[in-house]
Write a protein that binds this ligand. Structure first.
Ligand code: GLP
Length: 264
C-alpha cells in the first residue's frame, strides 16, 4: 500500500496519473486492449474524473473503448432518478471522460423482491468476470470507513450483494436528496472480496471529516469494522489524501520518505 499525502489541489492530479498509468499497463500486451475501470461515486473522486476528462480532451488518454463498472447502486430509485448511480456516472463521468454509456455497467437496483436483487447481484459479478475483471478500481471512503456500500461488519470476502445502509451513511448522503428520508435504505454493492480482485486500487480522500476513517483504514487493524482496511491486504493499492484527511496518520514522515523513492 502506498500512502501519498499532498496539498488538496494536487490530490486529483496525482490520483488521475496513477489511474492512467495502471490502466495503460493493465492490458498493454493484448492485441485488442480495452481495459476496465471501476468507478466510485460521491464527491471524493470528482476532481480525479475532471483530470481524466482533461487528459481525454488533450488527447493524452482515450477511454472510448474502456468499460466502466460502478461500485454500487441504490435499491428502489425509479429509472432515471438523478441520484441513481447510473445517472450520476453517466452525467459526471461518461460524458466528461469520453466513456461510452453503452460500456457503463451498474448493478441493477430496480428489483422489488429480494430474489430479483440477489439475481441482479450475481449477474453483476458475472459481467465483471466476462470482461476479465477490473483493471483499476477508483474508491472513495465513507466517514465510517465504508467503501462502495460495504458498511462496517461487511465480510472481508463478500461478493456483490444487497446491503443495508447505516444511519451514518444515509445521513452523509442526505445532502444529495430533497429530504433525508428520501435516501434509500438499501443498495446493491460490490463486495470487499470483489473489490480485492481488481488489479489495482486507488482510494482518494480529502478533508478533516475523513481523517478518522483514513487513519483506521491505513494504520488500524485489518477488520470488518473498518471495511476500507482491506486495502492493507491488496498488493497494489494507493491511498491519495490531502493534509486534512491525513491528520490522524502517525507515520506521515515515513510515507513522505517512501514516496520520494530511491532519491529520498
Ligand atoms: C457513498 C458511496 C461511496 C463513497 C462514499 C463517500 O456512500 N457509495 O462509494 O466513497 O459515498 O462519498 P463522498 O466522497 O461524497 O464523501
Amino acid at each position: 500500500m502506498e500512502i501519498i499525502v499532498l496539498p488538496t489541489a494536487d490530490v486529483a492530479v496525482r490520483a488521475a496519473a496513477i489511474v492512467t498509468e495502471a490502466l495503460g499497463n493493465a492490458r498493454a500486451g493484448e492485441a485488442k486492449a480495452s481495459g476496465t475501470l471501476g468507478l466510485a461515486t460521491g464527491s471524493s473522486p470528482l476532481g480525479l474524473y475532471r483530470e481524466l476528462a482533461r487528459a481525454q480532451g488533450s488527447g493524452q488518454l482515450d477511454l472510448t473503448r474502456v468499460h466502466g463498472f460502478a461500485l454500487d447502486e441504490y435499491v428502489g430509485l425509479p429509472d432515471g432518478h438523478p441520484q441513481s448511480y447510473r445517472e450520476v456516472l453517466t452525467r459526471e463521468v461518461c460524458g466528461p471522460v469520453g466513456l461510452d454509456p453503452a460500456n457503463l455497467h451498474v448493478p441493477d437496483g430496480s428489483g422489488n423482491r429480494l430474489d430479483e436483487l440477489v439475481a441482479a447481484a450475481a449477474a453483476y459479478e458475472d459481467s465483471i468476470q466476462e470482461l476479465g475483471g477490473i483493471d483499476v478500481q477508483i474508491l472513495g471512503i465513507g466517514s465510517n470507513g465504508h467503501i462502495g456500500f460495504n458498511e462496517p461488519g461487511s465480510s472481508l470476502s463478500s461478493r456483490t450483494r444487497v446491503k443495508r445502509l447505516s444511519d451514518r451513511t444515509r445521513l452523509d448522503n442526505a445532502r444529495f436528496f430533497a429530504r433525508p428520508e428520501d435516501v434509500p435504505t438499501h443498495s446493491v454493492t460490490q463486495g470487499l472480496g470483489t473489490i480485492l480482485e481488481a488489479q489495482a486500487l486507488v482510494l482518494v480522500a480529502t478533508g478533516l471529516a475523513k481523517a478518522a476513517a483514513v487513519a483506521a483504514a491505513v494504520e488500524g487493524p485489518l477488520t470488518a469494522s473498518c471495511p476500507a482496511s482491506v486495502l492493507q491486504w491488496h498488493a497494489r493499492a494507493w491511498v491519495v489524501v490531502d493534509e486534512a484527511a491525513a491528520t490522524g496518520l502517525r507515520n506521515r514522515e515515513y510515507y513522505a520518505e517512501a514516496a520520494a523513492g530511491l532519491d529520498g
